[in-house]
Design a protein around this ligand. Structure first.
Ligand SMILES: Cc1cc2nc3c(=O)[nH]c(=O)nc-3n(C[C@H](O)[C@H](O)[C@H](O)COP(=O)(O)O)c2cc1C
Length: 330
């Protein structure tokens, strides 16, 4: 897949996820073969105000390239100004969020609310496109609700306004993350536009990725929840798409090592107190479904320091918690 000058060899993409896809998370995904990544969504207003927390969220490492910064907002001029300001960070592309379902976002006419205002959506794409020298992409949903499925219409508006690729999440705003993603709408968008289309929704395994590509003819696949506690999903997808090879899932040892590695990177990037808080959910994702996971999760949620968390994970990796019978509830 090629988006402007950005090459994504096999179309393997990590989704933007607020509160998740920060630099440490992305670096691990990249190590496992992810080919294009996005920052967490950031507000155009916050960028223009130079909000320090937001400015940090858009920083990345050269090793992560190609990378896109995802912006949300509803005003074409401020979206364009924010995108222009972001150029000092050197992103490979700018992505516009037209899918966020959260009430406080859509109430401001941002995120998925743009699916109900095609004129404004087109104006935002055109303004951002004019403001930056890098490709501009759009991430949208199937529609607002079942009565207003309009991804095809919106995709055409965005293409006409100059966008360089479109990601479609096959759920409506009203669905949030419930039900299953409709892959047919991705196929319909693919047939309607000539820019690359990235399919998104319910890709949890390499097999899902292959099926989504085959079923829709889309150019790339984007993984969100399937990558939580599981950066290996990218190497599995790559092995299947490129070599037709089915890789075994990561071992418990690999999972523990991965979680420890994320913990170290988070401590380095965010400082210990924030890292320990954020690592709780990640650790739970890493061990989900493993023997003794419930007991480990309880202990991890009580850990107050990185050292304690490290010790719990290492013990678990050596099988100690499990051997000592702490696997109740699994
Ligand atoms: C925790 C979380 C945070 C998310 N944050 C964003 C975001 O910042 N921007 C965005 O466009 N989509 C966001 N999404 C939606 C995902 O990018 C993706 O479209 C959705 O989860 C469907 O893909 P999946 O079935 O692979 O999870 C988020 C999803 C989750 C689970």
């Amino acid at each position: 897949m090629r988006i402007g000058q950005v090459i994504v060899p096999h179309g393997i993409v990590l989704a933007p996820m607020a509160g998740v896809t920060n630099r440490p998370f992305r670096l691990l995904a990249k190590e496992q073969g992810c080919e294009l990544m996005f920052t967490e969504m950031v507000s155009a207003k916050a960028i223009l105000h130079g909000n320090p927390k937001t400015m940090r969220m858009v920083q990345f490492d050269d090793a992560e390239r190609p990378i896109g910064i995802q912006l949300f907002g509803s005003d074409p001029d401020s979206m364009a100004a924010a995108a222009a300001r972001l150029m000092e960070f050197g992103p490979d592309l700018i992505d516009i969020n037209m899918g966020c379902p959260v009430p406080k976002i859509v109430r401001n006419g941002e995120g998925a609310a743009l699916m109900r205002d095609l004129k404004r959506a087109g104006e935002i794409v055109a303004a951002v496109k004019k403001a930056v020298p890098v490709p501009v992409t759009v991430k949208m949903r199937k529609g607002w609700d079942d009565a207003s499925v309009n991804a095809v219409e919106l995709a055409k508006v965005c293409e006409d306004a100059g966008c360089d690729a479109i990601t479609v999440h096959g759920r409506t705003r009203e669905q949030f993350y419930s039900g299953s993603a409709d892959w047919n709408i991705i196929a319909e968008v693919k047939q309607a536009v000539s820019v690359p289309v990235i399919g998104n929704g319910d890709v949890f395994t390499a097999g899902d990725a292959q099926r989504l590509l085959q079923l829709t003819g889309c150019d790339g696949i984007m993984v969100a929840r399937g990558a939580l506690g599981n950066p290996w999903v990218f190497r599995e997808i790559k092995a299947l798409l490129v070599h037709g090879e089915v890789l075994p899932p990561p071992t418990i040892e690999e999972k523990v090592k991965g979680a420890l590695c994320l913990l170290e990177k988070l401590v380095e990037w965010k400082g210990e107190p924030v890292a320990v808080r954020e690592m709780r959910k990640h650790a739970a994702w890493y061990v989900k479904g493993l023997p003794g996971a419930a007991a480990l999760r309880r202990r991890i949620y009580q850990a107050a320091t990185a050292q304690e968390m490290r010790r719990l994970l290492e013990e678990y990796g050596r099988g100690e918690a499990y051997v000592h019978g702490d696997n109740a509830g699994c």
